[in-house]
Design a protein around this ligand. Structure first.
Ligand SMILES: N[C@H](CCC(=O)O)C(=O)O
Length: 265
């Protein structure tokens, strides 16, 4: 297997478990593609680390995926995308790289109240990518940003459907609802794991929860086509999991990935 050959895998990278929400969508949309999921695990959460540090961590991750022969890399982490996507595209110039887009555009198009809430990590919200996107699509619309403080820890700690999770999510979301938000954008790939709790918090309030991962999977499909990199029809897909943490974390990644899809491991 060589890099850029059609039967090579697509690398999907995140600080931890969160990128599995993107992995799931890519797996659904492109069932014939082999995927290598790299969940750092050793340095998670990234959300309040300095930009330079996140950039170095993302570089190490992409370098590992390239070393494994990946034909494309998906940075399934909003924080790493915000901190490092330009740097990565310049350094790995021959590698097609897909990053996360904050789904501000569809939310601004769909809002009826004119108020959109965005939940993301501190580092994503203060990044240029988010500022540019909000300025471009949010004209005439109030875009409220709230850091999902403690959200990543809940997911990493397998506490995403607990009373503690509900209280944490409620504290972040209530002020948005009070201001009239009718769209809540999940600007961190860990947050879709909190959707059951979020749905309980917004129940009956006419609020849509916007998850960008299906759009990212569509972008992956499009870029594979554009680059002529689709796996051959007879390709037997393989799903591989890697981490910078220990073997136990790798087993967690695997279990969580397959439990979401209800696929036998
Ligand atoms: N899942 C990541 C990173 C969360 C974190 O490590 O703080 C994101 O999309 O931003």
């Amino acid at each position: 297997m060589t890099a850029n050959s059609n039967d090579a895998p697509i690398g999907v990278y995140d600080s931890g478990l969160g990128g599995l929400t993107v992995w799931r969508e890519i797996r659904r949309m492109l069932p014939g593609e082999s995927l290598v999921y790299l969940g750092d695990g050793a340095n998670c959460p990234y959300g309040s680390r300095p930009r330079e540090e996140v950039r170095a961590l993302a570089d190490a991750a992409v370098s590992r995926l390239v070393g494994m022969g990946c034909k494309m890399v998906v940075v399934a982490c909003n924080t790493a995308t915000a901190a490092a996507i330009d740097f990565l595209r310049e350094k790995y110039a021959d590698l097609p790289i897909v990053g996360m887009e904050p789904a501000v555009k569809p939310a601004c198009l769909a809002t009826r109240s004119g108020v959109v809430g965005v939940l993301a990590t501190e580092r994503s919200l203060d990044g240029e990518l988010f500022r540019r996107t909000a300025a471009r699509y949010g004209s005439g619309i109030e875009v409220l940003t709230v850091p999902g403080t403690g959200f990543v820890e809940l997911v990493e700690g397998d506490r995403e459907d607990t009373p503690e999770a509900e209280a944490t999510v409620r504290a972040a979301v209530e002020p948005m609802l009070a201001r009239g938000a009718d769209q809540i954008v999940l600007g961190c790939t860990h947050y879709p794991f909190l959707t059951p709790v979020l749905e309980r918090v917004v129940a009956g309030r006419g609020v849509a929860i916007v998850d960008p991962s299906p759009a990212v999977a569509r972008r992956v499909a499009q870029l594979l086509n554009d680059c002529g990199l689709r796996a051959p029809a007879d390709h037997e897909p393989r799903f591989t999991f890697r981490t910078f943490a220990g073997e136990e974390y790798c087993e967690r990644l695997k279990a969580k990935a397959f439990s979401q899809l209800r696929i036998k491991n």
